[in-house]
Write a new protein. Sequence first.
Lengths: 373, 338
Amino acid sequence: MSDASTTESYAPGTHPDLPPPLLESGAIYWVRKNLLSSWTNIGLTIAGVYALWLIVPPFYDWAFADAVFTAADRSECQSLGDGACWAFIQERFTIFIYGFYPEAERWRTIVTFALLFVAIGPLLFDNFPHRGKAMLFSLSYPFIAAWLLLGGFGLTPVGTDEFGGMLLNLIVGITGITFSLPIGIVLALGRASQLPAVRIICISFIEFIRGVPLITLLFLASTMLSYFLPPGTSFDLLMRVLIMVTLFASGYLAEVVRGGLQAIPRGQYEAADSMGLKYWQSMRLIVLPQALKISIPGIVNTFIGLFKDTTLVIIIGLFDMLGMGRSSLADAKWAGLSSEVYISIAVFFFLFCFAMSRYSLYLERKLETGHRI
Amino acid sequence: MKRILLGAIGALAMGATAASAGTLADVKARGSLVCIVNSGFVGFASTDKDGKWQGYDVDYCKATAAAVLGDPSKVKYKPATGKTRFTILNSGEGDVLWRNTTWTFVRDVDVKLAFQGVNYYDGQGFMVNKKLGVKSAKDLDGASVCIQTGTTTELNLADYFRVNKIKYEPVPTENNEESRRNILAGRCDVYTTDASGLAATRATFKDPENWVILPEIISKEPLGPVTRHGDDNWSDIIRWVKNAILAAEELGITQANVEAMAAKAGNNPEINRLLGTEGDLGGMLGLDKRWAVNAIKAVGNFGEIFERNIGTKTPVGLERGLNALWTDGGLQYTPPFR
């Protein structure tokens, strides 16, 4: 006997979807499937939770609950609380950002930084409004930035030895990234060239750069160069660093791009040739778009490495953010607060590097054409 | 390009001396003194909250700039690590090294440096945690020792342990801060560096009373300014700026009273000569008559520099000790200004 009030009848194919059983969906299912699916995983989960319990609460207490946010010096900090002394970071924040840049002129660095976003917008996103005109601005940006930072032509001149802190990291990093990509691509193409002279020059350059540590190159640029230049010649130290960092990154990028070039099937080159395209046409229209697309993770990897390598400038006496942190740590009033300083600097670097890697993921998704080569 | 190439070859042929016109002329032409300092050493060189350099060595940089250029702010600081300092000086990227550098035979003779006297007498010591129960450095057999690389302390330590036939395990670090972290974290049992550095480091601990500095001082560490070989005029200037600061304390000249004393010649002929109201010592150095006045006005006399940066009223808390004037039983002594 059937009960019509509880069992409805449906025509085939019209039954509504029922919610999945409680134990097979939602948070419980997720926990069961991901954390407790086998005895090994149960063990690992317990170990993981225990490790978090060991690390997170003490860190939270240190960094927030017991931390001191305003104090005049370290001893006052320590009398106020057992945790981190963020008062130090707060006091030194501006010099971590601007270094020795004169206080009255710091607005210029802010303008430069703000304009940077306007300039890289059209380069990074193809749905940027008025992209064509904005691109012109992007091309002139390096000159505008140099004028704003260095002064002259109506602005008070600021020497490059007054650059420091985050400003210096960004200048070195962004300049290196911007100029190393085109140089790297040219080197990669040169290495694959049919012309022996071009190929040999490119190979020796790339192998030299890859065979020597960046510190050595920087040290060479800062101290050895003056042995080779005529007495009395002065060649701006920051300029030397920028050149060295750019050359260093382009050597690495060339190899990354070469990997991309090699992944393009022979048929693509031949197809381009058979259509009557000249060398540069076939590179620009057929080969490089595909090669660069598959090189994106490697390129961004090199950029991130380059950005973190900007801290090496301390070796030659330029004070980037890390250097400012170290010299601040030697202030007798505050000495001994290295954890706070290093953690703040790590957070800053993480933000920048994480942003770069997220953008590269976005770019990969956008350029995904569905067929893999 | 050709000119640069020829110049490069010429420079190499001449033995690659970077500054050939004389450092004094270079500094005057540039309008600033490039002073090599420590990239961060408590009490001796650090940056304050406005990014201005401060410290014992930094004050000497300012005094030098004041004596040479008449303005203590015309200094460009060139921070260097223990390993890079001599290369930077010798390559001509800096004019003078005021960076707690120990005067040794090899550095003076073989590294081709010119030491210009001693502005701080130091000696190497050991610091251990009280709970180790160590009373003397001779009890340190088998200890792990935190030590900065590229310094004389590294070599002294090896000598001392070899002479006393005890074993140790070095834990190399790059700077003072790293050693400090290591000994606090227990990665080494002992921290060894100059006694001034030990005191300064101990002052930053949360529990300074639990740390002892052992009685043994195992080395002499005369720290002083350094210039390049072969520029005697510039070396004279550095040496006598240092001496003028010291003489100022001997003669009772301070930052506050120097202008008044230099206004007209007084009864003490040595003061008159130093401050340029009698004779022309400045002119002999190729400097202004008021060179010493400018230097003292900028940073004060030896005692004032000491007390302001590392003295007992500062967190570093060092006694004068060996650095008292010779009249007070110390070693600080200047040749006469005559």
